[in-house]
Design a protein around this ligand. Structure first.
Ligand SMILES: Nc1ncnc2c1ncn2[C@@H]1O[C@H](COP(=O)(O)OP(=O)(O)OP(=O)(O)O)[C@@H](O)[C@H]1O
Length: 127
């Protein structure tokens, strides 16, 4: 063990995140949806509190996916790739966490964007 500076710790954490982005297809999907949601926030000029909710929802999904990946790797490391019902249950439970975070982000996205998009569509139709 050695003492790390804050910058070194940050670099190691960033390396962990990059690993997940490179190796997990779902993480790439979450990032694309996250970037789309932030762009939509800017385009629709949502209120600051709504923007905060969107950013928190995105962060929650990314954190859940990162934890899911770490847990899957840990299980594979400990148990190998042999089938085991307990491994299945544990992997399904952490995947459930990602699902909850994603469903939360979806609902918040609907609540924030839907009224504005409908309003935008209505004003375009009346042109
Ligand atoms: N060793 C195993 N024994 C039993 N079932 C497994 C095992 N490994 C994976 N599974 C099953 O396959 C599913 C996908 O696991 P995998 O490790 O392939 O994750 P993945 O392809 O990255 O999927 P995701 O990240 O979307 O959950 C698990 O949720 C589990 O149901």
């Amino acid at each position: 063990m050695y003492r790390r500076t804050l910058v070194q710790s940050f670099k190691l954490a960033l390396g962990g995140i990059l690993f997940v982005v490179r190796n997990e297809r779902n993480m790439k999907v979450h990032l694309v949806f996250g970037a789309a949601a932030v762009s939509l926030c800017l385009f629709l000029r949502v209120a600051p509190i709504e923007f905060i909710f969107i950013v928190f929802s995105i962060a929650l999904v990314l954190i859940a996916e990162t934890a899911n990946t770490a847990f899957e790797l840990l299980l594979d490391f400990v148990h190998g790739d042999r089938y085991h019902p307990d491994v299945k249950l544990l992997k399904d439970i952490v995947a459930g966490g990602v699902f909850i975070a994603s469903a939360n982000a979806f609902v918040i996205g609907i609540i924030v964007f839907m009224p504005r998009l409908l309003h935008l569509a209505a004003s375009v139709c009346h042109l």
